[in-house]
Structures are given as C-alpha cells and as structure tokens.
Design a protein around this ligand. Structure first.
Ligand code: NAD
Length: 420
C-alpha cells in the first residue's frame, strides 16, 4: 500500500522558509541571518561495501554540521532509500534550533546513508556502518560531533560506530555516539526518551487547552521508536489510541487498540498488518479520523496542502521531524489545531543523548528516575518558554519555537565575534 504522498516540498526548502519567518519576527540583522542560516560543513561520502553475494555495492552517505555556535554538532544518522543531501541538511538545521530550544550545549548535525536496510543482512549492515564511520571519522568525536540513532538505525549501529572510532584511537571512547546499549556506556531512559518527551509536551498542551488526557482519542502515524513509546505512555495515562500505522499498514479500532498487544504483534510479525481486532484503513482515512491528538511519528511531509484540510485533531504532536509542510501549517492552524512543533515535541531524544554524553564524560551513571525527572523538567520548561512567545507575540507555535532557538543561537554567535 503506498502510504507516502508525493512530496510537495523539499524538506530543506521548508526549513529555510521557517527560518525566515522566525528571523523576520525577531528582526534579525541580515549579516547574522546569513551566517546562521546555512550549514557550516557538508561531507558527502561513497561507501563501497562487499555484499553477501560477493559483489561490491557503493552507497552514498552524508554528514552535515549545520552549526557549532553553541557546542559540538549533535544529531542522528538515518538509513533510508530516500535519504538525500537536502534532507540531511534540513534535519541538521532543525537540530541546531532544537538543541537551543531545550537549552543544551550542542549545535546541530545529521547524517544519513541512502540504502534500504530492510533488504540487507546484519553483516552487510555492519560492514556498511563501519565503512560509513571511517568515512566521517574526520568530523566526529565527543568534542566535535556526536551521532545518535534516527530512522532505521539503533543501538547496535551506534555500537559499531563507537567500536570503529575507538579502534582508530586505540582506546574506548563511548562519548563519540549516544543511543548506545547500557553495557557500552548508554544511559538508562535513552531508548524511550523521544516518546517520553512527546508525552511530557502533550501533558503541558492538554493542561493549557483544558483537554483531559484521560479518554482523549489518539492517532499515531509511524509506530517505531518515537511513535510506539509515545503511544504506550499515552495509553498508560488513560488516553485511547484508536489508530496507528507503519510503512506497511494502517490499523484502526474505534474502541481503542491494546497498545501492549500491538507492540508485541509488531515485534513478532515485523508489521502492524493483520493486528487482531482492528480494521485496515488507508493513510488518508487515518489522518482524517476525528481525535483529540494526532502524533505524526514517521517521516517529513506527512501532512501537506493536499490532506491538511482533512485533519480534525485538536493537537498535533510532531514526534517526527518536519511532518507538516509550511502550507499544511497554515491550513491546520486556520482550522484551530494546536501544533507542538518538532523542535520542541521530539527534543526528549537529544536531551537524554546530552545526559548520556555527560555521564560518559564523567564516568558516573544515573538512575532511570533521575533521567526521567530531569527530562520532564527540561521538556516542561521548554514548552512553557515556547508557549509564552506564542502568546506574547501572537505567532504560531512553530514560529515561536524557532524564535526561541534562533535567538539563542544568535546570541552565542554574536558573543563569539562581535557580530551585529
Ligand atoms: P524508527 O525507525 O524507529 O521508526 C520509524 C517508523 O515509521 C517505523 O515504524 C516505520 O514502519 C514507520 N514508517 C516509515 N514510513 C512510513 C510511512 N510512510 N507511513 C507510516 N509509517 C511509516 O524511527 P524513529 O526513531 O521512531 O523516528 C521517527 C521520526 O522521529 C523521524 O522523523 C525521526 O527523525 C524522529 N525522531 C526520532 C528520534 C529518536 O530518538 N529516535 C528523536 C527525534 C526525532
């Protein structure tokens, strides 16, 4: 079933358009604006990999550092057939503003390899990952640029990157990546951090809008790390998840899906398809379901001008990066939806990545509850900061979040060079 709509806008164009909206609202000087807008470094690499059939396949990879004004670049690595340099540039740009919104001392980076990991064996993935780690080695390091998982990459892939990097230095350097297994210096709570952060921002949004979480109908598009954990927490706090989707299927049950069972079914069969007691619906139907909360948790451009008018959710919690195009923003906001923008909503992942990096650097590890408490404080403070700008300046939540992130990066940039 084709679930992805034709792309209305290149994600990087959308990132630049949203930057300009916020920079205008901040009245940012043109010189500073030009200094901050574009990536500092863009590395393209070719990765020859021996496949199981004996042939050598060459994969295209990228690492982009958008900004290091506030600290080392930070951002995930994506393995997906649709990865392009523009997508990685957009994701790196969003990371810069995101780290600034939650006020952690990182800049923004991102990486990606154009590949179909689902069609590769584990050993092929390991070879490709090690080759990619070697290729981007001049850019990464605990003080320079720290990768993490993103779509179709996980803690195993982070372990291979850490190992490859450490091999070249001659000693273990866990701080070069985050999202590692606990046994290699990972943090408790990192695996569920993005979904947990989404949940905390939804608690704040529900309180602000006087929408009770208990009984709220929820639709989740994309049932991977971010989406499934957000669904689990919402379900555990009394919300009713009525529909979910992955790359293969959309499932619906008006009385509510048993999220524990859905997760077990996906683990066992590899997809949501055929979940007992659910109806199969189309992606268009999923986005049009009446609900209090819509959580897009898959890829960019899920909601575009073509389908935005059908969205009936009161709150759109962007677990994914860039799921709404700028045109879709205007339509859903005109219809009264409240957007929790990606650079705020899904910032729990990078926040606990920061905690992991701090623990690695200090060789001192925290308890899970400690991580949750700190994460909740960061997410709820950041939500309140963005909400205040939204209300004071009468701008949309996305522009408010961008204004907060961009103003913090502007301040750091100014202080580093007496810029305007
Ligand atoms: P993941 O690989 O764990 O899961 C992705 C999920 O999306 C899978 O279930 C896949 O089947 C589904 N999917 C793919 N294409 C789809 C489509 N067209 N329609 C419906 N579902 C589709 O990835 P993830 O880490 O959960 O990342 C999801 C989003 O969250 C991405 O935008 C990512 O950048 C963002 N994000 C992730 C993190 C993190 O820590 N993992 C942090 C911040 C933001």
């Amino acid at each position: 079933m084709p679930i992805t709509a034709a792309v209305e806008k290149n994600a990087y164009e959308a990132a630049l358009e949203n930057f300009d909206l916020a920079a205008d609202a901040l009245n940012l000087h043109m010189d500073l604006r030009n200094m901050m807008k574009y990536p500092e470094r863009v590395l393209a690499v070719v990765l020859p990999v021996r496949m199981d059939n004996g042939r050598i396949e060459c994969f295209q990879g990228y690492r982009v550092q958008h900004s290091t004004s506030r600290g080392p670049a930070k951002g995930g690595i994506r393995y997906h057939p649709n990865v392009t340099v523009d997508e990685v540039k957009a994701l790196a740009t969003w990371m810069t503003w995101k780290c600034a919104v939650v006020n952690i001392p990182f800049g923004g980076g991102k990486g990606g390899v154009t590949c179909n990991p689902k069609a590769m064996s584990k050993i092929e993935l390991e070879r490709m990952t090690r080759r990619y780690a070697s290729a981007i080695l001049p850019l990464i390091g605990p003080e320079r640029d720290i990768p993490a998982p993103d779509v179709y990459t996980d803690s195993q892939i982070m372990s291979w990157i850490m190992d490859t990097y450490s091999m070249t230095k001659g000693y273990p350097i866990p701080g070069v990546v985050t999202g590692k297994p606990i046994a290699l210096g990972g943090s408790l709570g990192r695996n569920e951090a993005t979904g947990r952060g989404v949940f905390y921002t939804l608690e704040s949004a529900c309180a602000h809008l006087h929408i009770p979480m208990k009984g709220a109908k929820v639709v989740v598009q994309g049932f991977g790390n971010a989406g499934s954990i957000a669904a689990q927490l919402l379900d555990a706090h009394g919300a009713c998840v009525i529909a979910a989707s992955d790359s293969k299927a959309c499932i619906h049950n008006a009385a509510g899906l048993d999220i524990g069972q859905v997760i077990a079914h996906k683990e066992k069969t590899g997809s949501l398809a055929g979940f007992p007691g659910s109806d199969a619906i189309t992606s268009a139907e999923l986005f049009a379901l009446p609900c209090e909360i819509l959580v897009p948790a898959a890829l960019e451009n899920a909601v575009q001008a073509a389908n935005a008018a059908n969205v009936k959710a009161k709150i759109i919690a962007e677990a994914a990066n860039g799921p709404l195009t700028p045109e879709a923003d205007k339509i859903v906001e005109a219809n009264g939806a409240f957007i929790i923008p990606d650079i705020l909503c899904n910032a729990g992942g990078v926040t606990v990545s920061y905690f992991e990096w701090v623990q690695d650097e200090q060789h001192l590890f925290w308890e899970a509850q400690d991580v949750y408490n700190r994460l909740e404080r960061v997410m709820k403070t950041s939500f309140a900061d963005v909400l205040k700008i939204h209300l004071d300046h009468k701008v949309g939540m996305r522009t408010a979040a961008n204004m907060l992130g961009i103003s913090r990066v502007a301040e750091a940039t100014r202080l580093r060079g007496l810029y305007p």
